[in-house]
Structures are given as structure tokens and as C-alpha cells.
Write a protein that binds this ligand. Structure first.
Ligand SMILES: Cc1ncc(COP(=O)(O)O)c(C=O)c1O
Length: 459
């Protein structure tokens, strides 16, 4: 029987001690919850049949209270839906969320299907795999993507880069401080808040995070001599959202900066397959000495449309050490094997196919397709007289609208051209006055977006 009435609640509430949780800020900047009971009645048992009304005595993790509720994408969806309610027949083009749209290459899907069918046979069945992933796949990753320069024991095969960032943060724990590019992929900051590396949010900035502003004025590369030291530096190139890809010289500076400061770089290379320029490294390990100060996350998501399949990897050099001389590899392995039981064997079979000769040609074809979309979008914006960045070694086009708020432009494009984008301010204050356009759409949609933009701006 479901009790929905408030009378049940009122009845039980006379028995349940009321818990007033107040968050207090202790000296070390980490929050604790102080519990106070308004009635002292230890003998009373807090039980009620109305599950929906039951409050436990479990304190909420105060770090979660510091987070803003996933604001950006739900807000975009809300505004899009509100528009559709008013204009139900509108044909909205989404250049918003960075999810792939083109099908997985057929021979890759075939290998996953074969692996799935083999699981139904006694000879082909396998259960848990090796803890760091299929050795054949790790070898292929090392050979194909790192020219054999990383040891296969340094490759951790996972269910994707986002999960790896969370596991890395769990390993680093609350005692470190981080630096991020501003604007940046929101997961670095949110995971830092969740594990307790930050204080509270003041305006748009969290206490204890070093924000490395990346604007056109500094070619989207931080002025490192102005950045206060941080333990961990999250660096994403090609960058989400700005589309900027760091050159070899810039990455050399970054590695040197980390060495000078005794910092660790977490290098996010999720968009590496979009790089076409020879002077832009595909991996931080192309920079000499990086194996002493960096680890790298990457993912099959954007290589071959694996956003739903889920497969990624981390390269954690065996030479990377913490301040006490202990090895990061050892701790990461401990976290990895505690919180994760290995990537799906089907996904790994697909990953192997992505990295064979045919697969690599398909990766090139797919990324060329999105890069051509990016070119269509960026040249359309440029022809309209706007300042456009990214879109060359990246699927993201970053458009500047000086003096205007990102949300205003977002709204205007939705209202007048039925195009959904992402307001740059959602990626941090450094993204204010910008819009991010994602090339992960169909060619037809990009061409249609171009013609709508031309109409909208009267060209
Ligand atoms: C910079 C960056 N890193 C990591 C990810 C997550 O990748 P995955 O799908 O492997 O979790 C994304 C996804 O959009 C991303 O933009």
C-alpha cells in the first residue's frame, strides 16, 4: 500500500528525530557536516513505511553541495524544448552536444558481433579479462598510437576517458590542488569539487583551483609565468571547447613548467585523431621528458564513434613519481583494479579492429568527414564577419561575439535560425561571449545551418 498523504508523514515525524545538517568550513578548507538533533531520543527508531518521506541519518557529502546542479546541458535542453513547445513544427539543427553521429565502421561492428556470438560457445566464452585490458589491444595501442614508445604495462584499457578522469581524481585525493584551462571540459573541475580538492564557489570560480585563461589574446595557451603552482595540471589538446591545438613548442613549455614546479600533467588527448598539422603532437609523450611529469587519457569515442560502446585508455608511465618517491603507476593500478573490473570484451574486440589497417583508414575517413563539417561551419561564420577559432585540427568551432553574452547569442540563434549551439560561458568564465559549434552532425545539417546563418545575418 502506498501512503502518499501528508498525515502519515506528520504522524511519523513526531517519532523521527529531526536532523539539522549544517555545513561548517574547517581550517583545512575541507567541509564537514555537523549533526544536531533537535530532540535527544536515542531510543526512537526512525522507521516509516512511506519510503518517499523517509529521511535517513546519513550526512550528505558536503562536496556535492558545492557543485552546481548539472546546469549547462539541462538548461540547453530546457530552452530547446520551450522553443519546440511554441513552434512544434520547427526543424531544429543541433550543433550542441559533442556526440558522434556517423555509424561505426562495418568491419569494427562485425568483430564485436563475432566476439558476442563466441561468448555463446564453450570454446569462445570468457569472463573477467586481464586487469589492465587485453594485452593484444594494449600492444596495438602502444604500437599504432605511440610508435611503440610506451610499454604495454603502462597502458590501462578502460571504459572511457570520463571515467578515467574520475578514477585519477580518486587516486590524487583531496590533498592536491589543480589547474585547469579556462574555458575547459567541465569534468576536471566537477571531479575536483567532488573529491574535495576545492573550496566553495565564489561567482564563477572555485576556491583552490588555478584557472589558466585561454583567450585569443594568448593564442589559447596559458601564460604559464602568471599561473601559480598547482599539483595537478589538466590540459586538453585539441581543446574542448575552444578547438585550439597546442603546438610542439607550447607543449615543451608546458612540460618544462611542470618539471620546474614538480607538478603532474593530466593530458587529455581525446581529440587527437583530428590533428592534421605536423607540428601539433598527437600525444604529450612526443615531448621529451614528459614521462617524468605526465600521464595521458584517451578514448575510442571520437576515433570510431564509440561514445555508446565505451572504450578508452590511460597511459601512466612507470617513471612517474609522487613527492615521497612512490610510483603513480602502482597507485593507479590499485585504484583501477578496485573500482573497475575491466573494459567489455566486446568493446575491446572492436578496439582491436579500429587499430588494424582497415580500421585506421576508417578513422581517417570519419574524422575527415567531421573536419569538413567544421570547415563548412567555420567558413560560414567567418564569411559573416565573425571571429572564428578552432575547427582545423578539431571538431569544435569557437566563435566570438564581442560584448555579447553567450546565452543571448545562443537564444538568438535558436529563435532566428533554429540552431542549437553551446554557450561558451558554460565551460567557464573564459568562455563568455563565445559559442561552441560542434561538427558532430551530418553534412546536410551543416550545409543547412550555413544557409540559415546567411539568411539570419542578411547575406
Ligand atoms: C575533452 C574530453 N575528454 C574526455 C571526454 C570523454 O570521453 P569518453 O567518451 O571516453 O568518456 C570528452 C567527451 O566529450 C571530452 O570532450
Amino acid at each position: 500500500m502506498i501512503h502518499s498523504s501528508s498525515s502519515i508523514w506528520c504522524f511519523h515525524s513526531t517519532f523521527i528525530p529531526k536532523l539539522n545538517n549544517s555545513v561548517i568550513q574547517p581550517k583545512n578548507n575541507r567541509c564537514q557536516v555537523k549533526k544536531r538533533f533537535s530532540r535527544s531520543s536515542p531510543l526512537l527508531v526512525a522507521s516509516t513505511p512511506t519510503a518517499s518521506k523517509q529521511m535517513t541519518r546519513v550526512p550528505r557529502n558536503p562536496n556535492l553541495a558545492k557543485l552546481e546542479a548539472g546546469y549547462l546541458f539541462p538548461e540547453i535542453a530546457r530552452r530547446r524544448n520551450a522553443y519546440l513547445e511554441k513552434h512544434p513544427t520547427a526543424n531544429i539543427i543541433s550543433l550542441g552536444i559533442g556526440d558522434t553521429t556517423q555509424p561505426i565502421p562495418a568491419h569494427v561492428a562485425q568483430k564485436m558481433a563475432e566476439r558476442a556470438l563466441a561468448l555463446a560457445t564453450p570454446e569462445g566464452y570468457s569472463g573477467y579479462g586481464p586487469d589492465l585490458g587485453d594485452p593484444e589491444l594494449r600492444k596495438k595501442i602502444s604500437e599504432r598510437l605511440y610508435g611503440g614508445k610506451v610499454d604495454i604495462d603502462e597502458v590501462f584499457v578502460s571504459d572511457g576517458a570520463k571515467c578515467d578522469i574520475g578514477r585519477l581524481q580518486m587516486m590524487f585525493g583531496p590533498g592536491v590542488d589543480i589547474a585547469v584551462q579556462d574555458p575547459s571540459y567541465p569534468v576536471y573541475v566537477d571531479s575536483a569539487v567532488i573529491v574535495g580538492q576545492t573550496g566553495t564557489k565564489n561567482g564563477s570560480l572555485y576556491e583552490n583551483i588555478r584557472y589558466m585563461t585561454c583567450l585569443p589574446e594568448n593564442n589559447f595557451f596559458p601564460q604559464l609565468d602568471k599561473v601559480p603552482r598547482a599539483d595537478i595540471i589538466f590540459f586538453c589538446s585539441p581543446n574542448n571547447p575552444t578547438g585550439a591545438a597546442a603546438t610542439r613548442e607550447q607543449l615543451e613549455k608546458l612540460v618544462q613548467y611542470a618539471k620546474n614546479n614538480g607538478s603532474i600533467i593530466v593530458y587529455d588527448a581525446a581529440y587527437a585523431p583530428f590533428i592534421r598539422d605536423e607540428n601539433i603532437p598527437q600525444s604529450i609523450f612526443e615531448i621529451e621528458g614528459a614521462n617524468e611529469v605526465a600521464l595521458e587519457c584517451n578514448s575510442f569515442s571520437k576515433y570510431a564513434g564509440f561514445t555508446g560502446v565505451r572504450l578508452g585508455w590511460v597511459v601512466c608511465p612507470k617513471s612517474l613519481q609522487f613527492a615521497d618517491g612512490s610510483f603513480v603507476h602502482k597507485d593507479f593500478r590499485r585504484i583501477f583494479t578496485t573500482c573497475f573490473n575491466g573494459a567489455s570484451s566486446l568493446a575491446q574486440a572492436g578496439g582491436l579492429a579500429v587499430l588494424d589497417d582497415k580500421g585506421m583508414q576508417e578513422v581517417r575517413r570519419l574524422t575527415d568527414y567531421y573536419l569538413e563539417n567544421a570547415h563548412i561551419l567555420s567558413s560560414a561564420m567567418r564569411d559573416l564577419g565573425l571571429k572564428v577559432f578552432g575547427g582545423e585540427n578539431s571538431p569544435y568551432v569557437w566563435v566570438q561575439f564581442p560584448g555579447r553574452s553567450s546565452w543571448d547569442i545562443f537564444e538568438e540563434l535558436l529563435e532566428r535560425a533554429q540552431i542549437v549551439t553551446v554557450p561558451g560561458s558554460g565551460f567557464g568564465s573564459g568562455g563568455e561571449s563565445f559559442l561552441r559549434l560542434s561538427a558532430f552532425a551530418s553534412r546536410e545539417q551543416c550545409l543547412e545551418a550555413k544557409s540559415r546563418l546567411e539568411k539570419m545575418f542578411g547575406k
